[in-house]
Ligand binder design. Structure first.
Ligand code: ZN
Ligand code: ZN
Ligand code: ZN
Length: 442
């Protein structure tokens, strides 16, 4: 905790909490919230009734809890908002991705023999950006070009620097004037549509290869996905996905013998190449077609070797807890009243944010509602998604945990009817000081 917050007000708050008669109860709530930095406060009550007779077995009310509220973890996936809950989300994601690769959590171990690939779909180039180039442990110049052209803005489009990791200039355009900011935010905005079209094209290709219609294929083959979006430093998203072939009933059933890893590779390659999203003409430029970038990475996931199931699960789980803040932008929607020039972001991000607002006012792109997604640089999708049959859902893992942790458990599976009201969130400065030491001692 930085010393500035360690003021008299915080110390007073801490002392009165520590001396409160219900301190132990409060500390138990905080511990159960797992070190959450911004717990949700709920007021309400729950009744436990026998499922057969309807008889009241137990009654719970927050009236007797400290401050009259129950504190629950915020459950955010964003590390920038709550490190503790994001860590829980990361760990849950890790386990369910891994279960989809080698079984566990109710997924049979035989799933490990199903054809399965780790695929990275990239964004195309929207202009040269400063890049760290590494090859065999040696750093190479960024964009060294002999006789590099000078652009219309008077910049020589070359950079001989060997950039270090984390250098602020990385991801910044060589010439901001030439950079296609509209293309970048439109790609982010349409990435979920491109993904949808990619999965459709993939299924069609597989069906055709098996000599089946799409409808017939459902009797033989199902495709499962788990994907995550990763922001590049230049502010566009890449998608990483686990793509697996199952039999018609999901991971518990074998795919047909003709559905091989090679066929899946061919289908992914085909689908990534053919899909497109059209953007109508803007006021000052012609219509454009957006596609995945030329760089397409397809790798088989194996139990031993280059790309193991644990490595893939860790990779997806890591990006599931990040948002656009990793490119130095904001973690909340930007309001029209915000002063763009004053936002604490990199200039490149500021230009992409401004582009979202500009496109929001153009008829051709108004329905993308880009002003609302400006803080995400246009991306409006979910960061981490899975198809229904991939493995268990994150909700299942959590229900399993929270049901045991929250309310008192009774032996005979009663019906629980609750009435809850959201009354706030967060910790006071004094409470935060104690919560820090409690979670440190876990
Ligand atoms: Zn939290
Ligand atoms: Zn450079
Ligand atoms: Zn230029």
């Amino acid at each position: 905790m930085p010393p500035t917050t360690r003021n008299a007000h915080a110390i007073d708050g801490m002392i009165s909490r520590l001396n409160a008669p219900d301190y132990d109860r409060w500390a138990a709530q905080i511990r159960r919230a797992g070190g959450c930095a911004q717990p949700i406060h709920l007021r309400g009550r729950a009744e436990y009734r026998d499922r057969q007779t309807g008889a009241l077995l137990h009654r719970y009310t927050t009236r007797t809890e400290p401050d009259g509220v129950l504190r629950l973890p915020c459950k955010t996936r964003r590390a920038s908002r709550c490190p503790a809950c994001a860590e829980t989300y990361r760990a849950d994601t890790y386990h369910l991705i891994r279960a989809g690769l080698i079984g566990g959590k109710g997924v049979p171990a035989s799933v490990a023999s199903h054809p399965c690939l780790f695929v990275t779909l990239t964004a195309p180039s929207f202009g040269p950006v400063h890049t760290r180039r590494e090859h065999h442990g040696k750093t190479h110049p960024c964009h060294a070009r002999r006789a590099a052209p000078t652009c219309g803005h008077g910049r020589v489009l070359s950079c001989k620097a060997r950039h270090r990791i984390h250098e602020p200039v990385l991801g910044e355009p060589l010439c901001p004037g030439c950079y296609d900011h509209a293309g970048s935010v439109l790609f982010n905005a349409l990435a979920p549509l491109l993904w949808k079209r990619f999965t459709d094209a993939l299924r069609r290709h597989l069906a055709k290869s098996g000599g089946l219609t799409l409808k017939e294929m459902r009797e033989h083959l199902a495709v499962s996905f788990a994907k995550v979006a990763e922001y590049q430093r230049r502010g566009v998203v890449h998608l990483h996905a686990v793509i697996r072939l199952d039999g018609p009933d999901g991971p518990s059933s074998r795919p047909p013998t003709w559905a091989t890893c090679d066929l899946l590779t061919a289908a992914v390659t085909h689908a990534a190449r053919v899909v497109r999203a059209d953007v109508p003409a803007l006021d000052d430029e012609s219509a454009r077609v957006l596609r995945w970038g030329a760089q397409l990475d397809i790798r088989p996931i194996t139990l031993s070797g280059d790309l193991t199931e644990s490595a893939v699960a860790a990779y997806i789980a890591k990006y599931a807890t990040k948002a656009a803040e990793c490119v130095g932008t904001l973690d909340r929607p930007i309001r029209l009243t915000d002063d763009l020039a004053a936002l604490p972001v990199r200039d490149h991000a500021r230009r992409l944010i401004a582009e979202c607002f500009r496109l929001n006012n153009q008829e051709a792109t108004a329905d993308l509602n880009l002003a609302h997604w400006a803080h995400m640089l246009g991306f409006r999708g979910h960061f981490s998604t899975r198809s229904r049959h991939y493995s268990v859902g994150i909700g299942d893992i959590r229900t399993e945990r929270t049901a045991h942790a929250r309310l008192p458990l009774l032996d005979d599976d009663p019906e629980i009817v609750g009435t809850w009201e959201y009354v706030g969130r967060g910790l006071s400065l004094g409470d935060a000081l104690i919560a820090d030491s409690l979670s440190g001692a876990r």
